[in-house]
Ligand binder design. Structure first.
Ligand code: GTP
Ligand code: MG
Length: 197
């Protein structure tokens, strides 16, 4: 599959706007600022297809990108404390609608900041994917920021922290700065698409 012909498709801010699932989708989920938009840009080899920002809460809409007849869904980040209650409610409705609308999901890439244990929200999200039997992989982001010993410590701690997961899962260290992990994630995307051929 070609990863280098991505284009922006549309952005949706409210649940009612979300279109039916008409293409196989790969969704990117994770807390605000974890690096979802950066990961998308790395995979499609574009500097700024998906807008990134050092200020959390940059992506507040569901953004669709198309790679031929595959759709990438950049989901709005969660867990950013400094948003209003009404904004949180909008987010929750949007995400609920996204996942409940019978999406044609090939894979969800759940991003977790590799420097820290998964947050409560990360765990809730992973538990949701696991219970719904939605195929997912974990991208451990910002791995360039860890020293060797920290990295080894995080990798050793994860199996217990994620011990509640029923499904076997892969956790791939990733850096949008060095490109580490990008080839592996692409290979997993390809595999997930093949299962739908
Ligand atoms: P929201 O849209 O707010 O939910 O954030 P996001 O998850 O899309 O994060 P985004 O890709 O915008 O990245 C947030 C910040 O982290 C930016 O300043 C990025 O440059 C930085 N960043 C993302 N990935 C990496 C990484 O792998 N390594 C390092 N060092 N910085 C990263
Ligand atoms: Mg973003």
């Amino acid at each position: 599959m070609r990863f280098d012909n991505a284009e922006f498709e549309a952005a949706f801010g409210t649940a009612a706007q979300l279109p039916e699932s008409s293409f196989l989708e790969i969704a990117f989920s994770g807390r605000s600022n974890v690096g979802k938009s950066s990961l998308i840009n790395k995979l499609v080899n574009r500097k700024a297809l998906a807008r990134t920002s050092s200020t959390p809460g940059k992506t507040v809409t569901v953004n669709f990108y198309r790679l031929g007849d595959i759709r990438l869904a950049d989901l709005p980040g969660y867990g950013y404390a400094r948003v209003s209650q009404s904004e949180k409610a909008r987010w929750a409705k949007l995400m609920e609608r996204y996942f409940e609308s019978d999406r044609n999901l090939a894979l969800v890439i759940q991003l977790v900041d590799m420097r820290h244990p998964p947050t409560k929200d990360d765990i809730q999200m992973l538990d949701f994917l696991d219970k719904k039997e939605i195929p997912f992989l974990i991208a451990l982001t910002k791995c360039d920021k860890l020293k060797k010993t920290e990295r080894a410590r995080r990798l050793a701690a994860l199996p217990e922290e994620l011990g509640f997961l029923q499904a076997p899962y892969r956790a791939i260290p990733f850096s949008s700065v060095t490109g580490e992990g990008a080839a592996e994630i692409k290979a997993e995307i390809e595999k997930s698409l093949e299962r739908h051929e």
